[in-house]
Every structure is written in C-alpha cells, then in structure tokens.
Design a protein around this ligand. Structure first.
Ligand code: AMP
Length: 186
C-alpha cells in the first residue's frame, strides 16, 4: 500500500505512521527524520537543510523533491511505503504524482490526521526537541495551515483523502485507520 500521512506538528503522524508501517509491513519514510539525521551526521544534505530546519521553515523544493525521488527508488519500497512529512505543499503533492507516474505507481491514500490547534500546540510542547521552542512550533503550525491544509483540496477531488480524527487515544486512532484501510481494500 502507498500512503501519505498529513497532519500538523504534534498531530501524531510519527506515532501513527510508524505503527501503521509495522502493521502493514511497509517502510516509514519521514523527511523530517531524514533531514535531522543528515544534520546530525553533518552530510552535504544536512548542511543544505540545516538553516531551514532550525527555523522551522520549509527546506527548498529542489532539495526535498530530489531526496524523495532517491528514496522511492530504493529496493525496500517495491511493496509500498508511507510518507510522513512529504508532501507538505500542493506543489509537492503534484510533484509526487509526477514522480509516481514515472515509476508506474499510484498513491492509495492521503491520510489526514486532523487535530485542533490547541492540541497540536500542547503535544508539541510536551515533547522537547531542538526545533520545538514555542515560537518555532507556532511557525510550524502557521505553515501547516498556509501550505499543507491546501493539500487536502488536492487529494479530496481525486478521492484519495482519508480524514481521521486525531484527537483520540493513539490505539483508538490506529484501529480506526486499519479498519478504514481494510474497508477500502475490500
Ligand atoms: P517534521 O519532523 O516532519 O516536522 O519536519 C521537520 C523539519 O524538516 C520541517 O520543519 C522542515 O524544515 C523540514 N521538512 C520536512 N519535510 C519537509 C518537506 N516535505 N518540505 C520541506 N521541508 C521539510
């Protein structure tokens, strides 16, 4: 299964995405994690991404799109994948479709893990990462509304959007997700 998971910072994308990947036996591909790991090991990609990641800004498209193109041509992606953190803009969503067209693949679902802003804010504050200072969190939530929410308008008319209430205990959300995905496969 080929999936994208959308949600603001603190929506639970990482938790739900990882659980789903384990349950479905597909790789979890998280652009934010890839950037953070690259910054930590001070690779060329890390040096390019660092100024943006540190401010909570989007890493420029040419860097991010190339990263995804490279990752989705690795052998472990043959039976599916879940993308967490990509696409983040409607432009990236279109780019993903172009890339999938080149690869002869199709996206099954864009899962939208929907949670209210105060929940996003609180959950982000509860986990302490370098890029999770309050003003950075605010910036990432604003960016989510400006740039990522419009993606739902890209997937909805294509019948690819699966909205999930993200303001529930994580096991409940995961079960709901598994049930809905199974129902759509039937
Ligand atoms: P995340 O862990 O998904 O919140 O991502 C952390 C940071 O990585 C973001 O604040 C951005 O700076 C960068 N990033 C992750 N995914 C993307 C993307 N698709 N496009 C641009 N920047 C990204």
């Amino acid at each position: 299964m080929r999936l994208v998971i959308l949600g603001g910072p603190g929506a639970g994308k990482g938790t739900q995405g990882r659980m789903l990947c384990e349950n479905l036996g597909i790789p979890w591909i998280a652009t934010g994690e890839i950037f953070r790991a690259a910054i930590e090991s001070d690779t060329e990609l890390g040096r390019q991404a660092a100024p943006y990641v540190e401010k909570g800004d989007l890493v420029p498209d040419p860097i991010t799109i190339e990263l995804i193109r490279h990752r989705l041509t690795q052998p472990d992606t043959e039976n599916g994948w879940l993308l967490d953190g990509y696409p983040r803009t409607a432009f990236q969503a279109e780019e993903l479709d172009f890339l999938l067209g080149d690869l002869g693949q199709e996206l099954n679902w864009a899962i939208w893990l929907d949670a209210p802003v105060p929940v996003l804010m609180q959950r982000s504050l509860d986990r302490s990462r370098d890029d999770d200072a309050p003003e950075i969190i605010r910036r990432r939530i604003d960016l989510f509304h400006q740039r990522t929410i419009p993606i739902t308008g890209y997937y909805k008319p294509r019948n690819k959007l699966l909205r999930i209430d993200g303001d529930r205990p994580s096991e409940v959300i995961q079960q709901d997700l598994l049930d809905k995905l199974a129902a759509t496969q039937a």
